[in-house]
Design a protein. Structure first.
Length: 448
């Protein structure tokens, strides 16, 4: 595994436990431990910078204590206890598109095309809901392949889950990731009734999307998707429709894409680099990640300008990052995969997440016999960020969590510098917006 292929644009001083950066004309300290953010005067910043440059961790701790920085460890090497609260159901391991980079290898996960039976789907959600205490939330996600190729099961298990959850006083949420080509007005009404979070995969505008996400016969899919999704965009209330853009070397016009998709009425728009595809096609390399970071930062500046003017600009990557910074989020894993979240294959096998379906590296048991607890404990021990190299020496480790498990296990870590560069920009944006729009944030901002 490796930590990246280009030089981070960061101008900040950093060690494994702190990042010192400039924003809004001031020096700011981000403390990895607990994701704490402090404003520093010039003298304090100079003291911190000197200790960082000298690799003097003992002296740095002394300076930080003198500044009143809380050095209590929030995360140790303990493997957390977990409770299953979320499932993704691969209701259709087949797809009508032939995307060049598909993690599911054309939707079938490298095997024969399959669909999930209603019995398997109901059994999975029953175990989830019956194992959840009253008053707690659960989430059921539908993925594939293209989940709408098995619409009848998707609808039926949603109704079953809603009824069972209501009877047990469990709060059930639903989501679907779809390529959008099969969406109908009736689907929209169903999603609205059940408050679905709908994510539509769109990899650019027009030809840019069509090159990456054609139908299996080669015809472009963009126009078809827009025709199908447009009637749903005007019906969003309980239902929220997001656009997710997988970024490859062929669709790096992010600012144009973001503006156009927001104008179309998507509730939010987010970007994610293609880091690991089964064929290796369209994966991002160092130069592409450098270009992507520059484009992301440009989008971030547009977000700041809109927010300062009081206008909504739903750029999901930065809104999510700012929310996490404000909460002081710190975690030893990148997501709930293999812990509170599992993926279910069409045949009822359990995996660490939807991307591991059919992959023994993420096998976690099956619906009939339940989670293989020992395997899950081993997974959590192996994937803890404190035991990952080079993560355990990175200032961003408890914001990042070590990177997508699937991507790391199949390719390594080619995007670490991109991730650090983006997170540093988000920290700078947070400080700038605290100054320009303090009403946006609660009580967890910088400590001066």
């Amino acid at each position: 595994m490796h930590s990246g292929g280009f030089t981070s644009p960061s101008q900040g001083s950093h060690s494994s436990d702190v990042l010192l950066f400039e924003a809004a004309g001031e020096s700011n300290l981000f403390l990895t431990n607990g994701s704490q953010l402090y404003g520093l005067d010039r003298s304090a910043a100079a003291d911190v910078r000197e200790r960082i440059s000298a690799h003097d961790s003992t002296g740095l701790d002394a300076v930080l204590r003198g500044l009143g920085v809380d050095l209590k460890r929030r995360i140790d090497d303990t493997i957390p206890e977990v409770s299953l609260r979320s499932l993704s159901l691969a209701v259709a391991q087949k797809c009508n598109l032939g995307c060049s980079y598909c993690y599911a290898d054309g939707g079938s996960f490298g095997g024969a095309a399959r669909t999930m039976s209603l019995d398997v789907a109901n059994a999975a959600v029953q175990k989830l809901i019956e194992g959840t205490p009253a008053g707690e939330p659960v989430n059921i996600a539908f993925l594939g392949g293209e989940p709408l190729t098995n619409r009848d099961v998707l609808f039926a298990v949603t109704e079953f889950a809603s009824t069972l959850a209501a009877a047990r006083n469990v709060r059930a949420g639903f989501s679907i990731t779809t390529n959008g080509t099969l969406l109908t007005v009736e689907d929209g009404a169903f999603f609205e009734r059940h408050g679905f979070a709908v994510t539509v995969s769109l990899d650019g505008i027009g030809e840019a999307h069509d090159r990456l996400r054609p139908f299996k016969g080669g015809r472009g899919s963009f126009d078809r998707i827009i025709d199908r999704v447009q009637p749903l965009l005007s019906r969003q209330s309980r239902m929220q429709i997001a656009a997710r853009v997988t970024v490859t070397p062929e669709n790096l016009h992010l600012t144009e894409t973001l503006d156009r998709l927001i104008q179309m009425g998507f509730y939010s728009v987010g970007f994610s680099p293609m880091l690991a595809s089964p064929s290796g096609r369209n994966q991002m390399e160092a130069s592409g990640l450098r270009d992507m970071l520059a484009q992301m930062i440009e989008c971030g500046h547009a977000f700041e300008a809109h927010v300062i003017d009081g206008r909504r600009y739903p750029f999901a990557n930065i809104t999510n990052a700012l929310r996490e910074i404000e909460k002081g989020t710190h975690r030893p894993y990148p997501c709930g995969a293999g812990a509170g979240y599992l993926g279910v294959s069409a045949e009822g096998d359990l995996f660490a997440c939807h991307r591991f379906v059919g992959d023994g590296k993420g096998a976690m048991g099956d619906v009939a016999s339940g989670v293989h607890v020992q395997r899950q404990r081993e997974w959590l021990a192996q994937r803890h960020v404190n035991f990952q190299e080079p993560c355990n020496a990175c200032w961003a480790r408890y914001l990042c969590g070590g990177g997508c498990h699937h991507e790391v296990l199949h390719r390594g870590r080619p995007a670490c510098d991109y991730i650090r560069g983006w997170l540093e920009f988000c920290l700078q944006a947070y400080v700038r917006l605290q100054t320009a729009r303090p009403d946006l944030f609660g009580v967890n901002g910088r400590t001066s």
